[in-house]
Design a protein around this ligand. Sequence first.
Ligand SMILES: C[C@H](N)C(=O)N[C@@H](Cc1c[nH]cn1)C(=O)O
Ligand SMILES: [Zn+2]
Ligand SMILES: [Zn+2]
Length: 481
Amino acid sequence: MPAPTKFTTYIDEHADSFIKRLAEAVAIPSVSGEGPRRKEVFRMGSWLEGQLNTLGVKTKQVDLGKHTMDGQEYQLPPAILGKIGDSPNKKTVLIYGHYDVQPANKSDGWDTDPFTLVEGDDGRLIGRGSTDDKGPIMGWLNVLEAHKALGLDLPVNLRFCFEGMEESGSEGLDDLIKSEAAKGKDGWFAGVDCVCISDNYWLNSRTPCLTYGLRGLAYFKVTVSGPARDLHSGVFGGTVFEPMTDLITVMSKLVKSDGTILVPGVAEMVPPPTKEELEMYDKLDYSIEDIEDAAGASIAVSSDKAKVLMGRMRYPSLSLHGIEGAFYGAGAKTVIPASVSGKFSIRLVPPQTPEQIEPLVQKYLEFEFGKLNTKNKMTVENLHGGKPWMADHKHWSFEAAKKATEAVYGRAPDYTREGGSIPVTLTFAESLGVNVLLLPMGRGDDGAHSTNEKLDKSNYIEGTKLLGTYLYEVGAISQNA
Ligand SMILES: C[C@H](N)C(=O)N[C@@H](Cc1c[nH]cn1)C(=O)O
Ligand SMILES: [Zn+2]
Ligand SMILES: [Zn+2]
């Protein structure tokens, strides 16, 4: 059952006010990974709850306790749980999204202030969180607004679960989901028939897709310390073991330039692709130009399409992210840093789990560090992790999303596995025992986590229609069932 025309017309006619809603959300710098900005994540949560309440959703904020970040204790931002509709004749869809964002500073290389939404002439809506994940959350709010304004009944019962820590390991949320699930019919998620998450991206900038897999994550911090304080390299260079030299040497042993993971046992865990699977990659609407356009440079590791796709979807990868404590400013400071911490992470695929990967990494780093015969000390911490996830893409919820995509975009979606991670996806699937669908709104070149992150206006508006139409298609299933 397609969405009523008056719904889609409303969305088109209110595009400007929907962009204003997104601008308000982007203006709150809700960066979960930076202590000084933690209060903004709380402000964002309250703003979101206010919007939901205005649109008729009953909500509660759930305190997720405290956690330690960079040696300091912080209150975790609340989960915002919402509920609208309780009809026994309708299916119940649980919507998940995250209201926190990645860090962003103009000095990182943004052309404009990251927390001021800018509409480019080409229809790009530029700002931190525009595509990840404030745009999609606003999409759900827009759907609610249209129904309220038009006096239309929602075709399904809706439950919402919005968190403010996804970009920092989703701390606290797993426990909440598990405890609510354990309460059965008295829990917040009672009666949920399926979960829908809009928090990833099309493969390219043309073809909508439905996503049935995510990679997991194991995130590490390796610290090398030696001198009691930073030292003058003219006085101490050549006389002491330098932490930065040791750290760089050890980190250089993790991964090759072409992405080959050097930690023994990690790549070996993954079975090779079958012939059918390889054929599937060939059929996807994707080219090497797509990845190079999105990356902004001709730097793909291979000219073989299937190989590049598998690099994102079905193989683990190891990325080096940064070095804390190193000199990084302008100028030419001649310092030997006393303690430096390298950050790196491994994206995991089935059957890998963080629990299996961590000891392999720990053992290997110790082995490589031991070979240096240095007098410095090394520690390895695991900052956060999550398991990979795969779903049944033949499930009725995927069928509903396929019909919705055809109705809105006039074409069938591609079926993809995402290279990123959304740690709670598997928790929802396992704890609630229902199918989880990933229904992305943005394009592969949106620059999530990067500078000049954007969401195209057409993806925002058509994406809002897609989310609403998906609910109608699920609603049609319940009426026929
Ligand atoms: C895919 C999703 N939009 C996303 O960006 N997830 C993050 C999750 C994360 C984990 N640690 C830090 N962020 C990602 O895949 O990096
Ligand atoms: Zn993200
Ligand atoms: Zn996200």
